[in-house]
Every structure is written in structure tokens, then in C-alpha cells.
Design a protein around this ligand. Structure first.
Ligand SMILES: Nc1ncnc2c1ncn2[C@@H]1O[C@H](COP(=O)(O)OP(=O)(O)OP(=O)(O)O)[C@@H](O)[C@H]1O
Ligand SMILES: [Mg+2]
Length: 259
């Protein structure tokens, strides 16, 4: 493989990442890679630093004066900390734990606003097509096609979460960062989201980092897992290997639901 194709393969590379919030070091020397079309699950107990890791990757800690980040984050080969944050962010789609659609925009505009702002489309027809594609990809089209001009408050929590996923997908991200996207929704919607994520990685070659509390979800969905504990990597490797033969006792306890 040439170096260029290797770079294309590697959607995300994190090298020796350390994060402090105030005096406290939250993440210690985190290193991992996610290729295009690959799903990495980040597992770990509450407070282990999972959300902080996603925030550091997407430079969402920038506005915090008490945050300090050391190490490298490369997205599509671009070092996000030495370039304008917007340059790397255009490759990233993010979905947070709690659905956060734009409440004062219609369902249509929630999806359309990003592509319009970033000039991803040249006509109203192209925009309509993109909105439809994103909603279909997020398995929400049939639920909302008759009410595109309604507001997100009319949707259930699970539908709102899929709206947020559709909003992220409409930007055609190369990298999806999902912070416990199914934590607050029912099992049927959770399953839908898992299926969408798998489909995006397999069919659109999107690289995915999904934070999950649930080992079972990590096992169902991911190619690789990273197990964080107190901000440190306890285990990192192919899901099957970690599931069947974890190196560390802590991982075993976590997988058994004891932590
Ligand atoms: N401003 C701050 N100053 C110091 N420590 C902080 C600050 N904000 C968060 N933390 C700590 O950072 C650690 C990591 O938090 P983070 O939200 O990343 O954990 P998490 O793994 O996402 O947890 P959860 O599963 O509950 O979402 C926690 O111990 C938290 O108390
Ligand atoms: Mg969190």
C-alpha cells in the first residue's frame, strides 16, 4: 500500500493524547487508529474519560479555559490541533447522548441548515434529495415525510435522536463520533441506530467511534474496542479477541458487568 492510500485508509489517528481539566489529568497517553469503514467502540465506566476523549478529538474543549490538550489527533491525515478547527470538523459528524435537535427549526431545516451553510448543494432539488437521503439513511423518512415542516418537539426521543443522526449524515462525514447515542432511548430505536451505524460504515466507508456503557452493544457493533479506566487505556484490540481473551482482569470484570 502506498503512503497516500494508507492516509486515506486512516480516518482517525490519535497519538499520545493527554488531557487535563484544571489540575486533574483526565486522559493519559491515549493512542489508537480507526480506518475507513471501521467501527471502534469505546467502553469504560462512568467518569473514565470517554466523553472527554470525543471532545478532545473534535476540539470541543477549545472554549474551556481550564482544559489543556497534549498529543496528536489526525483526521483524514490533518492534524486538528495545528490547523483551523473548521478544516477538520467538516469531516466529522457528532451525535451526543441526549438528542439535541435545533428546537426552533423545522424537521427539514434541521437537516438542511448544515449543507446550505457549507454550500454542499447547488439547487433546491439537490437539497431536497440530500434531506431525503439523510432521513432515509437514519430510518426516519417514513415517520416524518408528511411533516417536514413540523418541529422536532413533535417527535419521540428516539425519533429526535435519529433526526440528530440524519443531521450529522447530511454533512457526508468521513468520521462519526457517537457518545452513547442509544443510552436514553428504547430498545427498538436503539437497534435501529445500531443498524444505521453499521450500514454507514459498511456501505459508505464511514469511520465510527461509538462510546457505549454496554459491553453487549460494543460486541454487537464494533470491529475494535478500547477499554478506558480512569483515563487510561486498559485494553485495545479487535473486538473478538478482547471479548474472548482479554488481557486484563479489569476488562473481564467490566465485560461481566461487575464494574
Ligand atoms: N472541569 C472539570 N475539572 C475537573 N474534572 C472534570 C471536569 N469536568 C469533568 N471532569 C472529570 O473528568 C472525568 C471524565 O469525565 P467524562 O465526562 O469524560 O467521563 P465519561 O467516561 O464520559 O463518563 P459517563 O459514562 O458518565 O458519561 C470525570 O472524572 C469528571 O469528574
Ligand atoms: Mg460521557
Amino acid at each position: 500500500m502506498t503512503s497516500t492510500s494508507l492516509e486515506l485508509e486512516r480516518a482517525l489517528e490519535v497519538k499520545g493524547l493527554n488531557v487535563w481539566l484544571g489540575e486533574k489529568q483526565i486522559l493519559h497517553n491515549i493512542t489508537f487508529k480507526v480506518n475507513r469503514g471501521e467501527i471502534l467502540a469505546i467502553m469504560g465506566p462512568s467518569g473514565s474519560g470517554k466523553s472527554t476523549l470525543l471532545r478532545a478529538i473534535s476540539r470541543l474543549l477549545d472554549h474551556r479555559t481550564d482544559a489543556r490538550v497534549r498529543g496528536e489527533v489526525l483526521i483524514n491525515g490533518i492534524n486538528v490541533y495545528t490547523t483551523n478547527p473548521y478544516k477538520a470538523r467538516k469531516y466529522i459528524g457528532i451525535v451526543f447522548q441526549n438528542p439535541n435537535p435545533f428546537p426552533h427549526m423545522t424537521i427539514y431545516d434541521n437537516i438542511a441548515v448544515g449543507p446550505k451553510l457549507h454550500k454542499l448543494v447547488r439547487s433546491k432539488t439537490e437539497l431536497d434529495n440530500l434531506v431525503r437521503w439523510a432521513l432515509k439513511s437514519a430510518m426516519l423518512w417514513d415517520d416524518v415525510k408528511e411533516k417536514l415542516n413540523s418541529y422536532p418537539a413533535e417527535l419521540s426521543g428516539g425519533q429526535q435522536q435519529r433526526l440528530c443522526l440524519a443531521r450529522a449524515l447530511a454533512m457526508r462525514p468521513k468520521l462519526l463520533l457517537l457518545d452513547e447515542p442509544t443510552a436514553n432511548i428504547d430498545p427498538v430505536n436503539a437497534k435501529k441506530i445500531e443498524n444505521i451505524v453499521k450500514k454507514m460504515s459498511r456501505e459508505e466507508s464511514v469511520a465510527v467511534v461509538i462510546v457505549t456503557h454496554t459491553p453487549a452493544q460494543a460486541m454487537r457493533i464494533s470491529d475494535k474496542v478500547l477499554f478506558l479506566f480512569n483515563g487510561k487505556t486498559i485494553e485495545y484490540g479487535p473486538t473478538q479477541v478482547v471479548a474472548s481473551n482479554p488481557d486484563h482482569d479489569l476488562t473481564q470484570s467490566f465485560l461481566r458487568g461487575e464494574i
